[in-house]
Design a protein around this ligand. Structure first.
Ligand code: NAD
Length: 400
């Protein structure tokens, strides 16, 4: 039961059968509002605690009804476009789901996300936005094929609880990606007072729906909700975030599964450099369940020798200096400096960190780009690939 009524269908969930209440979403290209220190202090008692594993940002809470929201065009994950994102026209990529397009990465002068002055980068930039565009074109063809064959679109349900503004921007970007590719998005919005039982019923309804192939709950959930229980409740065949323990176990044991999106995107980014992965020493900083651990498993699958570093690792630079491939997933602004990087390494920067009202990466880009052979920018690196892999997983889940 939800709000005293039984849920009968996906239409009930998204509110199509009731009067819809318009929810204001952030405008296109808008960044999430980053609260000032004073605002944060004021809100501290009214907001859910941010989870360590989430890139989201906190704000106050507003209650609203459920509504189906549709977007028009995808963009980077809650971050502005860069000039790099306009480069490189897409090419036709063949038929496989997880395509391996090769980009001509370029040596370039860029203006960095943190709005530092332009500088000459010695590294080749791994352009996640351009790679994303190529893969999305291929995914759109697969989505069209699915629709022709099944007389319905691939369906992705996104459940969002509460009013975290960053989460709403992320959801908006996912909806736009769905629309661009031809996936039908079902957005289930509920206010912060939603109970665990109500959320359980939402997930159960989505699990049973024939129109929904993939389900994600936007994290972080409010503190009073049991996130682990909800993630395990999602049917593992519809777990397009790849967080379910069954999918994690399959990844660990080398079986085909729905893989977590950020690590899956990182693998595509590394492969786009055309560098041979086999035998390379990959060092990962971070051991979270959503990035560090799964990317370690995936690089192991690619026959890399893998080292996982974390907050208790002693003499971190000794490890990172030996990395042919360095993945930084720490969540600390410009934590990785140039002197921690081996000459000619591939550097993947996963970090999205806020500092004094701006978004920053985990790697000091200016220093790193003088040492690395290839490097991902923030924005325009890992972020867009994460959403693209979510779309790929949705089509994969629908096609099974
Ligand atoms: P997390 O907080 O769950 O994990 C951070 C990891 O960093 C931990 O395992 C910890 O051991 C390690 N760490 C912390 N301090 C360290 C230190 N001093 N030395 C070595 N290791 C240290 O974070 P997460 O969810 O894995 O995310 C990491 C970053 O990636 C965050 O900035 C997050 O916002 C970002 N992120 C981006 C995307 C994307 O799509 N671009 C997706 C997920 C996460």
């Amino acid at each position: 039961m939800i709000g005293g009524q039984f849920i009968h269908s996906i239409k009930d969930l998204i509110g199509e059968s009731k009067e819809k209440k318009k929810v204001e979403l952030p405008k296109e290209d808008e960044q999430p509002h980053i609260p000032t220190k004073q605002e944060e202090k004021k809100q501290i008692n009214t907001v859910p605690k941010i989870r360590d594993s989430s890139p989201s940002i906190l704000n106050d809470t507003v209650a609203f009804d459920c509504v189906l929201v549709e977007g028009k065009r995808d963009q980077d994950i809650a971050l502005p476009h860069t000039e790099m994102q306009q480069q490189k026209k897409a090419e036709d990529l063949g038929e496989s789901l997880l395509v391996r397009p090769i980009l001509n990465t370029t040596q370039t002068t860029i203006s960095h996300a943190s709005q530092t002055p332009s500088f000459k980068s010695q590294s080749q930039i791994i352009d996640g936005k351009a790679l994303s565009t190529k893969i999305r074109e291929q995914l759109a063809k697969q989505a069209e094929k699915f629709e022709k064959k099944n007389k319905r679109k691939v369906g992705l349900a996104v459940v969002i609880i509460g009013d975290d503004p960053a989460s709403h921007v992320y959801v908006k970007n996912k909806i736009k990606a769905c629309e661009e590719i031809g996936i039908k998005s079902y957005v289930v919005k509920r206010d912060i007072n939603t109970t665990q039982d109500q959320l359980v019923e939402i997930i159960q309804t989505l699990n049973e729906s024939d129109e929904v192939d993939g389900i994600i709950t936007q994290l972080p959930l409010p503190r009073h909700l049991n996130e682990a229980e909800i993630l395990e409740l999602i049917d593992s065949r519809k777990d397009v975030d790849g967080f379910h323990v069954e999918n994690a176990g399959k990844l660990f044991t080398g079986q085909d599964s729905l893989r977590p999106c950020t690590p899956a995107g990182i693998i595509e980014l590394i492969k786009s450099t055309k560098k041979r992965l086999e035998g390379k020493h990959a060092v990962i900083i971070g051991r979270s369940n959503i990035v560090g651990k799964p990317i370690a498993m995936m690089l192991l699958e690619e026959n890399c020798t893998v080292t996982i570093c974390h907050s208790r690792t002693k003499n971190l630079a000794r490890h990172t200096k030996r990395a042919d491939i360095l993945v930084a997933a720490i969540g600390k602004k410009e934590f990785v400096t140039g002197d921690m990087i081996k000459n000619g390494a591939i550097v993947i920067d996963v970090g999205i960190n806020r500092h004094e009202g701006k978004l920053h990466d985990d790697v000091n880009f200016e220093q790193a780009s003088k040492v690395a052979s290839h490097i991902t920018p923030v924005p325009g690196g890992v972020g867009p690939m994460t959403i693209t892999m979510l779309m790929a997983n949705s089509i994969k889940a629908a096609s099974k």
